[in-house]
Design a binder for this molecule. Structure first.
Ligand code: ATP
Ligand code: MG
Length: 275
């Protein structure tokens, strides 16, 4: 049985906390003893930098090279795998600006939606979780991430425009489910950079919960706004290492528990289905 769960951390809106969530959820799961692979699917390389790689443009092998080998029908030997090992307990498939031209070239490729899925198929047996940090667009790389994923986790800021943008995203997930990945689930929406002191944030979150009703989970955990989160990524560290006692660390610890519980539900329903 496939024990690995692939989660795409996605939102086409920029700057909502996708990368911060991928890093801190990934490291959080690793601290629970899980084997975790983080995949940087953004040409900005923010995940790569947030995990302490100083110059992504100097890396010899990145995600675009690995996906190109798949496109060329090449065999991925262990040396080609290009995975950076054990950074704060997680492994990383790094990215850099080269991914941008690769995305353009994908348009003329056969089975262009499934290249990342094919690549992950060669490595995921080594992991309990693969988290894909998506770029802020609904382009071909994000479609590749959604095609490769078992579920999506959607960071969202508590403001009016962000919650409006969710409709577009949920529509895209539904379309991917209809056309290329029928088993794709939504793990939930994660409210990020929440300013607990403002009533505006509180009322927006309450309105979102009631609009979505029971159809899509909004995680109980909310990530507070704190400059410590921004400082940690600037230092190339997870929040657990940078400031173990901060409110953001506590919040990501709580999120990790919620996500680990979901993993169990999925396994249970999968084995029920197999019976
Ligand atoms: P992009 O769409 O560009 O990939 P993103 O959705 O990945 O952005 P992040 O890079 O995680 O978003 O976060 C955007 C900015 O906000 C970063 O500078 C990050 O350090 C900061 N940030 C993230 N989480 C928090 C938080 N809880 N409190 C304060 N600042 C935060
Ligand atoms: Mg990002």
């Amino acid at each position: 049985m496939d024990k690995c769960k692939v989660i795409a951390v996605t939102n086409q809106k920029g700057g909502v906390g996708k990368t911060t969530t991928a890093v801190n959820l990934g490291v959080g799961l690793a601290r629970q003893g899980k084997k975790v692979l983080l995949v940087d699917a953004d040409p900005q390389g923010s995940l790569t930098v947030s995990l302490g790689v100083k110059n992504p443009d100097e890396l010899e092998t990145t995600i675009s090279d690995l996906m190109q080998i798949v496109v060329d029908n090449g065999i991925l030997s262990p040396q080609d795998r290009g995975i950076l090992k054990n950074i704060e307990g997680v492994d990383l498939v790094p990215s850099n600006i080269g991914l941008s031209s690769f995305e353009v070239s994908l348009v003329n490729t056969m089975s262009r939606e499934f290249v990342l899925r094919s690549y992950l198929g060669t490595v995921k047996r080594d992991y309990d979780y693969v988290l894909i940090d998506c770029m802020p667009s609904l382009g071909m790389l994000t479609i590749n991430a959604l095609a490769a994923a078992d579920s999506v986790l959607i960071p969202c800021q508590a403001n009016y425009l962000s919650t409006k943008g969710l409709k577009l995203l949920l529509g895209s997930v539904a379309k991917v489910r209809r056309q290329i990945n029928p088993l794709l689930k939504i793990d939930g929406i994660l409210m990020t950079m929440v300013d607990g002191r403002t009533n505006n944030a509180k009322s927006i979150i309450a309105a979102l919960r009631s609009t979505l009703g029971g159809s899509v989970r909004v995680f109980d955990t909310e990530i507070p706004r704190s400059v410590r989160a921004a400082e940690a990524s600037g230092e190339g560290k997870s929040i657990y290492t940078y400031d173990p006692k901060s409110r953001v660390t506590q919040a990501y610890t709580n999120l990790t528990k919620e996500v680990a519980e979901l993993g169990k539900e999925t396994n249970r329903s999968r084995s029920d289905g197999a019976r």
